[in-house]
Design a protein around this ligand. Sequence first.
Ligand SMILES: [Zn+2]
Ligand SMILES: [Zn+2]
Length: 261
Amino acid sequence: MPRVQFLGTGNAFSPNGRLHALVLIDGKILVDAPPSVLPQLRRVGTSPGQIEHLLFTHWHADHMFGFPFLILERHYISKQDTPLAVHLRAGGRELLSQLSEVGFPGSLGDVLEDEIVWNEAESGTIGESGWSFERFPVVHTPETDPHGYFLRHESGFKLLHCGDSGPCEGIESWADQADVILVEMGVPDFVESPNHHNPRQVQELAERHPEAKVLVTHNYADGEGRSGGFPMPDMAGNVVQLEDGDELSIEENGEFIFVKN
Ligand SMILES: [Zn+2]
Ligand SMILES: [Zn+2]
């Protein structure tokens, strides 16, 4: 049964109880590769070698610095035969190659060449997984070439992954079609940043799209039952603030069940 796991739900600062935002689909498709990608996969018993596809949203460290660790592990430990398909924007390959060379000098050149299939298409199927994607621009630090993904499963289920973004046209243009909207909430209400959603803006997004379930990730606040940083804001209606380990279970008819960790 198709499954979307929210392994990590924190922003760049990894608030108490949250690892960096990370989505795992059907045990083999990752959206982004945060620095904590290996421990996040191991925590749910998934081998890095099982990952077949990796989709990147943008070039901030909390979304990409795990890449050298991921390909190093696959080469030396999992010894995967199947290449990893990396779906990314033009220019990303060079950036990831530089990052890998800085991280593990001289060790990953052949891996980058022989064990990865680079896909710069803006839309398409995700291998034989039954999922397809359309990438669209969002509003975030422009230097990071920020994008979101509209993900469609053959069952009919549709997930809008908003990437790391403030409120924007791109998100609005897809949100009406989505069953689930996954939105980052990187800053509290007292921060007005065009590049991130705050709780008030997430609530407004949810009110504009009452037919969708709005799941909050990349949260700036501590996880449930944790303290020391920002407390979780109150949110209402069709909004759920995810915790690490929550997931969606998708049925054959495209309906979904939300499963708490
Ligand atoms: Zn981020
Ligand atoms: Zn970012």
